[in-house]
Design a binder for this molecule. Sequence first.
Ligand code: FAD
Ligand code: SIN
Length: 532
Amino acid sequence: MKYSEYSTVVIGSGAAGLYAALKIAQQINLPEGLLLITKSTLGESNSRYAQGGIVGVVHQNPADKVSLHVEDTLKAGAGLSKKETTEYISAVSDEVLNDLINNGVDFDRDENGNLTFTLEAAHSMKRILHSGGDATGKGITDALVRAVRNNNNIHVMENSMAVELLISSDKVCKGAIIYNEMTGEHEIVYTSALILATGGVGQVYKYTTNPNGATGDGIALAYEAGAVIQDMEFIQFHPTALALSPDSKNRFLISEAVRGEGAKLINKNGEEFMSRYSDKRELAPRDIVTRAIYSQMNIDHTPNVFLNASIIEQSKLLKRFPTISSRCKENGIDITQKPIPVAPAAHYTMGGIKAGVDGRTSIRGLYAIGETASTGLHGANRLASNSLLECVVCAYELADYLSFANLEIPKMIDSGIKKMIDVYSRTVKGKEYDYNALKTRLKDIMWNNVGIIRTEKSLQIAKKAVEILKKDFKRQRKCLNKGEYEYRNMLSVASLIIEGAIERKESRGAHCRSDYKQTDDVAKHSELCKIS
Ligand code: FAD
Ligand code: SIN
């Protein structure tokens, strides 16, 4: 098998992976260089589709304070956010966002050149920077892709997927097995710092705002390798995804910023209903708005409610939300005139690989940043636009940590690793699975039983059904193609979500159990680890 060695290997090219690669290459002398591996093309990721913006407690917005942002984050997190982590991330946001600007990210400004800030649900003030109106993710990833392509120390490997982590018998991560989709071959990369920036698990659900690549690969790989996985039961369902028909499954997001600018939720009769669910109405925390919409849909027996944005002044609406207005227009909806059909969809993974702000995990040599990691910032329910902030702050802190680390490539490959590698030189027996049909089956199970409201009965049904799917899928390690690997990983993260949800016998933030409605007095993180 082909093999290569790099001082650092970054897996994933969303905001977290791109920015980590850039900062490491800018700051550290890497004798063997840095390899950035990504499953699709460079920059294709959840990050690319981010709309509303990125939180920054920046000096350009003097009315804001770290303490206010921390308070909002902790409140939304329903008692589970880690205070010190939140304070740390908030405090360095000014330095990191201004570094992003220096690296070419253009945030929207007013006619005098001053940054403009917007409001989203559960924020006590306008503090969200945005780009291209409602195309913040594209603004950030385009700039970072340009900077990465221009940096000679970064080698890029596209259409390639990490499929297994190489862990030595003394439990150190030494590299990964990579499946190269273009050649159909498996390759080995050795490194002293392997960084997972592989994003979340939205594709495990039937309805999601996430693009196809969000199959939880990094979490599944880290779990198999023996890393500690935290809080997987906390899946955030965004309240307002465009719901054109029950067949539209990857759902286009209608940003929370539309509600931040004044749009109202209405039912099938055109009546506003949010005051029945929260005194903060449309700007209540995301989990509350999602459950309110879900209840309203059940009361009215409708597959969606509506978001009325036509009450926002027309020129402001079109200028602030060019992507949303043009996508709706393509589907026959003029948002200045007509309400938008919306329904909740799986959006964000609060749990993931347990990691510090500098990306360190429970395995030496393995780092996790961005949505694939769980630092404790988001607690049980993420505050809007805190995710992109966490991606870039953790990438920045990781680069800083690695600048003091020993990045020599491991020379001795032990017998444990040799055995792992051997599997990939053998031929896979059996014919290709219909992985699209299998993924659809799994997504239905998760949506119907492990969704917005859960019960012991629904979770046990899901557990049994996923166990059967796992038994029927005979591949354990080497698979035939990308689709099979993704399905294997989806089965693995589905089990982690179900297990966490069964164990958590309370309702907190995004985890809502109709059979355990109470919130426990003490908030505890859940942890799952294959190897104790
Ligand atoms: P991603 O951006 O998902 O990147 C993961 C990368 O890893 C991808 O390049 C993927 O191809 C690659 N990858 C995955 N598995 C493998 C593998 N096995 N091998 C190789 N490569 C792999 N958050 C905000 O803060 N503000 C917003 O306005 C906002 N809007 C959003 C709108 C939408 C539609 C969505 C879906 C999310 C939004 N979020 C927002 C959430 C936020 O965008 C994500 O949480 C964040 O971008 C995650 O970044 P990441 O770099 O961790 O992962
Ligand atoms: C949105 O624009 O509503 C998404 C913001 C987020 O997920 O933080």
